[in-house]
Ligand binder design. Sequence first.
Ligand code: SF4
Ligand code: SF4
Length: 150
Amino acid sequence: MTSFDIDVPIARKDLKAGENLCDYCTAKCCRYYAFPIDTPKTWKDFDYIRWYLLHGQASIFVDEGTWFIMVMADCKHLLPDNRCGTYETRPQICREYTTDDCEYDFDSAYDKLFESPEQVQEYAEAMLPPRKRAPWMKELKKKMALPVVS
Ligand code: SF4
Ligand code: SF4
């Protein structure tokens, strides 16, 4: 991820000893989940991605060559004050996460970001050779081209 200066309550470097960055954050890391997916190479792959993006708050981003699917959804244990409502029993992935390289001051400047199926379609059309028509589509086209007899 690339990090830029963005509007945050306090810069990391200005934290005093004993202070916790999370106390200044809106719990950004508790409001989505993301996981890597195979790099799409074929029309079929891109069609799957189009399908992902037809669902709710899903988006696709590329970071340092790796493709990810991201789903924006608040954790059900997140409290109104941005704290964890299940701190003692929180999942391991939350325990292992640290502020060292977190999204506190990340401005979402991904290498690539797709937020709609149309964006993926456009990208695939630019990157891939023309899609081959299925035989039944060719037949359909021929039928549609027949002159109308009155
Ligand atoms: S780990 Fe980072 S993103 Fe998550 S709550 Fe703390 S400061 Fe915010
Ligand atoms: S379990 Fe707690 S720390 Fe983990 S995502 Fe939910 S609110 Fe955040």
